[in-house]
Ligand binder design. Sequence first.
Ligand code: ATP
Ligand code: MG
Length: 237
Amino acid sequence: MSLLSVKNVSKHFGGIVANQDVSFSLNAGEIVGLIGPNGAGKTTMFNCIAGYFPPSAGEIYLNDEKISGLSPEQCAHAGIARTFQVARTFTSMSAQENVMVGAFLKNKHVATARQVANDLLEFVNLGKFKDKPAGSMTISEQRRLAVARALAVSPKLLLMDEVMAGLNPTEVKETVEVVLKIRQRGISCLIVEHVLEGIMPIANAIIVLDYGKKIADGTPQAISTNPQVIAAYLGVE
Ligand SMILES: Nc1ncnc2c1ncn2[C@@H]1O[C@H](COP(=O)(O)OP(=O)(O)OP(=O)(O)O)[C@@H](O)[C@H]1O
Ligand SMILES: [Mg+2]
């Protein structure tokens, strides 16, 4: 059975059609890439899945539970966590405090939330920044901090929006290793990414959006040789 099922989802903003009749599913334990040109509707799809917007049409299920129409907090309780394309780091707070913000959703005790945060900072290789202000960290470190904060809500599914954008090859590799460790923990990942050298080698499947519509869905191998995807996004290399 699918962990996430997106069924005929459309999202309109006035006359703008950001998502149109998009359907796909993701199985438990999978890393799935969501790719496509700028403005294709990738972040909008994340916002629909995580409860930031209700879809204009269609339905979204996590296991058997209908989550479309729920609030972001209800979606988080159902098992969905996300990072944001535009970072929402609390730069003057320590790395530990940033992750505790996520941990408080499921742990009301400060000591427990702090322990969860410390464990997750180690997990994303940021243990040494525990007491440092988040604003002192590199972009790459701040992205992994956002991943740790999202993991602090103990999700079944983690949505990551361009966590590899602007990173150098070493930083991409570090981030990829963290994503692989997340999957090993049994947490599924849906990843919006333009850094294809990061996502293509690790994804179980890739979904391609273009002008709000799904134009392809398949293995990274099949997607990278799909003529429609090459014409819309990949170009000829
Ligand atoms: N809140 C909003 N109000 C109005 N229009 C929006 C809103 N959010 C997104 N859009 C529009 O919906 C379309 C899809 O945007 P979206 O941000 O989902 O694209 P994207 O695939 O994430 O692009 P990128 O790769 O540049 O991040 C765009 O035309 C965008 O301008
Ligand atoms: Mg986007």
